[in-house]
Every structure is written in structure tokens, then in C-alpha cells.
Design a protein around this ligand. Structure first.
Ligand SMILES: [Zn+2]
Length: 204
């Protein structure tokens, strides 16, 4: 069954109290939009963990993601050429109660491995492609590994919406935007045209 899963908008009010968030003033950065060549780069690996610069970047990503009601955000989307994404932690959306929660995650230098051949299609949006939605096929189950901002390893096997969010965000690190993953561009359109019931709720 195709389930509506909109990355990048309307996921409710996030209540985060990450320790490092108290150390820096809130900073909402400009989100680059499709057409900006900085979104097409392959991002650089992070080589130093637990640095002030890294914590500041992570703080900016969370602040910017929450201000835009996003489900995730990648460093290249704010013009930072690093293999770093944040996602999840936005709680359960009352409009989509069946959509599982995704834990708040800082993922650095990620490696994604599909588990099995199963693919799923679902609707995606992107803060760098505002106002649009597209039906995107992706591997249904993946393993992802990487590190958090302290250098502690992350190793998870996930499926469904969680797997989709991770793949969408990490695609930004390889210079890919979701329309380039679509097989049928007739399934790309404006959210207020395709899903008028969501008009006014869309923060993209
Ligand atoms: Zn995106």
C-alpha cells in the first residue's frame, strides 16, 4: 500500500532539548533550492568529531530543520559541503498517526546498504524543492552505518518511512535530489494541486 510520507513539512511541533542546543543561540540558515550548483556536489567526509565547529553546524541544522517543519536536513542544503545529515525526532504526526516515529539522529559519513531487493514507492517532498511532491521508488529495507557528532558509531537496520528518510537525506550528500530518483515524472506535481486537502498545512 502506498502511504503518504511527506519529507520536509508539517511534522508537528518538535520539542528537542539536546544538550548542545543550549550552548548556541538559535540560528536558522538559508536553505538552498534546486538549481543551485552547491546541491549537486559530492560532500566531503568529516574528519574531526566533537569539535566546536561540528557542534555548531549540527545545532544550525536542527534549528533550520525545525523552523521549516522538516523531517530531515542535510548539510549541503545550507551550503555546507560535509557528509552530515540530521533527521527524525519530530514526534508522531496527528494527521498521519500510522507513520512511525524516527529517532532524532545526527548521521555523519554514512554508508547505506540495501537489505534485499524489495522496493517501495512513496511520496516525497524536499525543503530544497518547495511546493512539490513526487512518487519515489527506493529500497524498502536498508542498513545504515556512520557516526554521530561525538564519533560514536551508528549501525541500524530499518525499513519503511525511517529507511526512506535516511535515503532521501543521504542522497543530498551525493548531489542527488529526489526527482532524479523518480521513474515516472508524471507523478511529480504541486502539493496544492495533487493534495488540496493539505493546502495551508504545507510549510515548504
Ligand atoms: Zn531533501
Amino acid at each position: 500500500m502506498v502511504q503518504l510520507a511527506f519529507l520536509g513539512f508539517g511534522v508537528g511541533q518538535a520539542l528537542f532539548c539536546r544538550l548542545y542546543s543550549t550552548h548556541y543561540a538559535m540560528t536558522v540558515r538559508e536553505i538552498l533550492r534546486m538549481g543551485d550548483p552547491r546541491l549537486l556536489r559530492t560532500a566531503q567526509p568529516v574528519t574531526e568529531y566533537d569539535s566546536d565547529a561540528l557542534h555548531l553546524l549540527v545545532s544550525d541544522l536542527w534549528d533550520t530543520m525545525r523552523a521549516a517543519n522538516g523531517a530531515g536536513l542535510a548539510a549541503p542544503q545550507i551550503g555546507e559541503d560535509w557528509q552530515l545529515v540530521v533527521f527524525g525526532g519530530t514526534g508522531r504526526n496527528p494527521r498521519y498517526p500510522d507513520r512511525p516515529e524516527v529517532p532524532a539522529t545526527v548521521l555523519i559519513n554514512p554508508v547505506i546498504t540495501p537489505l534485499g531487493d524489495a522496493q517501495e514507492e512513496d511520496w516525497e517532498g524536499c525543503l530544497s524543492v518547495p511546493g512539490l511532491r513526487g512518487l519515489v521508488p527506493r529500497p524498502a529495507r536498508i542498513r545504515y552505518t556512520g557516526f554521530d557528532q561525538y564519533g560514536d558509531p551508528i549501525d541500524r537496520s530499518v525499513e519503511g518511512f525511517h529507511a526512506r528518510v535516511v535515503q532521501h537525506e543521504c542522497d543530498h550528500l551525493w548531489g542527488r535530489l529526489y526527482p532524479t530518483r523518480m521513474r515516472d515524472l508524471t507523478r511529480l506535481g504541486f502539493v496544492d494541486v495533487m493534495f488540496p486537502e493539505l493546502a495551508g498545512l504545507d510549510d515548504d
